[in-house]
Design a protein around this ligand. Structure first.
Ligand code: OOG
Ligand code: NI
Length: 468
């Protein structure tokens, strides 16, 4: 097949994202409720802020918002992780960033598979936070071995999925029929199974070691555990959730409410207790329950530079020294106040954030600005172009995750009593070996987007005649 007849990876990803959303909506009805609430709040926010709508339109980033989701899965073996890398590559999703969750008492390390180029992100920015269980963090050697053999005997991909991945790799893409089939086969990996593949006894022992270990090891596959829509006003959604019968987490994770949103803010509703059955040694099914799947929403702000990120980390740590949010929400007000106070030190207007080099921006030439009014020197200097009104700038959206936030979400869904401690051990090299490739550097990605936009301004505004 020649490459002209291949379906674009972006299109395959968009249809995968839509299929996952449809599946999760039938599996977890509260997700549907959240989607409608988010759509309503987003429409209201845009109606009340015409300037925001205008900038999103101008930067061609409005349409993606209603389609925007991230999901999360947890896998059990290096082989599963490396196959997932190949699966996601067919959809133009690549591993960005490394997150060590053991620091937060969760025995996994993770990356986020997502599109990386500007054009791909505009079409559909679907991301999947993907965690690999760290069996080495199970202390009990016998249990560790039982978990390992259970995981080694399962196959989380259908035969059809595997052969289509191989075909896509060999040919360099998939045609229309294969692309449709690929989405259908791959969805199977993320489906919920209410029949566990372990006995009630093994489940209980895994669960006692850590709830998350039981979640990864006990089932046929890595069921999608949440799908998160993007809202333009997370405080509004958070406040309205109870009215829609959804009880949300006590505090929003991440930075406080600001005029200029930074990074990522997230909130979630607690995992559902779901009926499952366990297969006992005598072959009989035994009724039980499992909590894994939950709902989450997020608001995305500007991607911070290493300098901005260091300031963010420092201010967050500072606020947590004053008050640590209690899982039961009892000190929520005090925490929000402490967070707010600490973040007074983070400039809250786009121009200061830009001038201080705290965030990444996309620069766009102003339409009909007279090029002839610019000298060559001015046209080469982005700050001068901004000062002269020849160029406007918009924040570049943060496409990644926050380990502390991720840990908060994990914790809130593991139950408030579950605070086992694992010693922190960053193992990025090992993770990358299992993955089969190094993870991409998120900062390099944002810097590349910013630089490309500056280059574009310079090219377009270059005076026609060399003067001055
Ligand atoms: C993933 C939690 C991380 C986020 O939004 O930070 C995450 C998990 O619970 O498997 O999705
Ligand atoms: Ni999430």
């Amino acid at each position: 097949m020649n490459s002209a007849t291949f379906i674009s990876k972006d299109v395959i990803r968009a249809s995968f994202s839509a299929a996952m959303s449809a599946m999760y909506r039938t599996e977890v009805p509260a997700y549907g409720t959240l989607l409608s609430l988010v759509a309503k709040v987003n429409a209201e926010t845009l109606a009340a802020a015409p300037e925001l709508r205008h900038r999103l339109e101008q930067t061609d980033t409005l349409d993606r918002i209603s389609e925007e989701r991230h999901g999360a899965i947890r896998v059990g073996t290096p082989a599963e992780l490396s196959m997932l890398r190949r699966v996601f590559a067919v959809m133009g999703m690549y591993p960005v960033g490394y997150y060590d969750l053991s620091e937060a008492g969760v025995p996994v390390h993770s990356t986020a598979f997502r599109p990386v180029g500007d054009a791909a992100l505009k079409i559909n920015p679907f991301r999947v936070f993907t965690s690999l269980l760290r069996l080495d963090l199970i202390e009990d050697a016998e249990l560790r071995e039982e978990a390992r053999t259970t995981l080694e005997t399962r196959q989380i991909f259908t035969a059809g999925a595997i052969s289509l991945v191989e075909k896509a790799e060999a040919d360099g893409g998939l045609g229309a029929d294969d692309a449709m089939l690929f989405v259908k086969e791959i969805i199977e990996t993320f489906r919920w199974h209410d029949h566990a593949s372990v006995s009630a006894d093994l489940y209980r022992r895994l669960h006692d070691a850590h709830r998350l270990i039981a979640d990864v090891v006990s089932f046929k596959g890595p069921h999608i555990n949440h799908l998160t829509p993007r809202t333009l006003d997370i405080d509004a959604v958070q406040n309205r959730m109870p009215k829609h019968g959804i009880s949300q987490k006590a505090v929003i994770e991440g930075p406080p409410t600001r005029a200029c949103p930074i990074l990522l803010r997230q909130t979630s509703f607690k995992a559902l207790e779901e009926n499952v059955s366990f297969r006992n040694a005598d072959g009989e099914w035994q009724a039980g329950s499992h909590t894994a799947r939950f709902g989450e929403i997020e608001q995305r702000g500007i991607a911070l530079t290493p300098k901005g990120r260091a300031l963010y980390d420092r201010l967050l740590a500072q606020s947590r020294k004053v008050v640590r949010p209690a899982p039961d929400g009892s000190n929520a007000d005090a925490y929000i106040t402490a967070l707010h106070d600490a973040f007074k030190a983070f400039p809250d207007d786009w121009d200061s954030i830009r001038r201080l080099g705290l965030g990444y921006f996309r620069y766009t030439p102003v339409k009909n600005f007279p090029r002839s009014a610019l000298s060559t020197r001015e046209a080469c200097n982005i700050d001068m172009l901004v000062a002269l009104g020849a160029v406007v700038f918009d924040p570049i959206v943060y496409e990644d995750f926050l380990p502390v936030s991720a840990a908060g979400i994990f914790q809130s869904n593991l139950g408030d009593d579950d605070s086992q401690k694992f010693s922190a051990s960053p193992s990025q090299r090992e993770f990358e070996m299992h993955l089969g490739t190094p993870v991409l550097d998120e900062f390099a990605h944002y810097e590349g987007l910013e630089k490309a936009s500056i280059e574009n301004c310079r090219r377009q505004l270059q005076p026609t005649a060399l003067a001055n």
